[in-house]
Design a protein around this ligand. Structure first.
Ligand code: NAD
Length: 249
């Protein structure tokens, strides 16, 4: 019997990078997977790669109505949600606090922090009804450091760390755990088409260069799989760097 047999994992940002690796890893571990992405085609490709144990749902985590439809689709497909991986997120331009346009600040906070909140808020009632659940949030090294990304991304991921601890504390007695992974730089599509603020990029470059190497998305998925599993049954509110030692420098 696999670790996640009879369990359902809802994964946001499952069309690409870390989220796709998570979807595949949870399916291999026996879970049925709800692969959510704002990009319908890529979510569909992930579900297709997994086969009959997955459904694709196109949803925008930053939009409340879209999140309600996502949760409804997940419950409609499988009747329960045991694992929630709040993984979808976007980069900023590496702009420092004085330079970031307010519109970009609001967009990054809306997707990375409010989006994570909206999906958590919609899924928690189902986990409470079940009396169990495990949430794994994809934060970032920028969730605990000031110099790992631009101001908006840094603030948004610090917010995800705070939300992780709040959910962990609030629902420990309900059989619900909530932890976060902090990926170091990982080989994904997140920087594809990104344009960087030259001042911010120049200041952040030396910090980013401290990393030994880029991680593979599967290494993030393995960490999420462990945190969501019964092997981590007493780990709650943990903020776990997955960075090959980058943050230890
Ligand atoms: P990615 O761009 O390859 O994948 C992110 C996916 O999220 C995409 O498929 C995208 O369509 C989807 N998405 C974006 N906005 C969405 C929305 N509003 N609603 C639903 N889906 C949406 O990037 P990735 O690197 O795999 O990113 C996954 C998570 O990892 C993000 O939260 C990111 O901040 C975090 N992270 C990545 C790195 C890295 O170096 N790649 C480092 C630290 C943290």
């Amino acid at each position: 019997m696999s670790t996640f047999d009879d369990r359902v994992a809802l994964i946001t940002g499952a069309g690409s990078g870390i989220g796709r690796a998570m979807a595949v890893a949870f399916a291999k571990a026996g879970a049925r997977v709800v692969a959510c992405d704002i990009d319908k085609e890529s979510a569909g490709q992930t579900a297709e790669e997994i086969g009959e144990a997955a459904v694709a749902v196109s949803a925008d985590i930053s939009d409340e109505a879209s999140v309600a439809a996502l949760t409804e689709a997940a419950i409609g497909a499988y009747g329960r949600i045991d694992v929630l991986c709040n993984n979808a997120g976007i980069m900023d331009t590496m702009a420092l606090p004085a330079d970031i346009p307010v519109e970009l600040w609001e967009r990054v906070l809306r997707v990375n922090l409010t989006g994570t909140f909206l999906v958590t808020h919609a899924v928690l009632p189902h986990m409470l009804r079940q009396g169990s659940g495990s949430i794994v949030n994809t934060a970032s090294e920028a969730g605990i450091r000031g110099g790992a990304a631009g101001a908006a991304y840094t603030a948004s991921k610090h917010g995800v760390v705070g939300l992780t601890r709040s959910v962990a504390w609030a629902h420990a007695k309900d059989g619900i755990r909530c932890n976060a992974i902090l990926p170091g730089p990982t080989m994904t599509n997140i920087a594809t088409n990104a344009s960087f603020d030259p001042t911010g990029a120049a200041r952040l470059g030396p910090v980013l260069a401290l990393g030994e190497r880029l991680a593979q998305p599967e290494q993030m998925a393995d960490a999420a799989l462990f945190l969501a599993s019964d092997a981590a049954s007493f780990i709650n509110g943990a903020i776990v760097p997955v960075d090959g030692g980058w943050s230890a420098a």
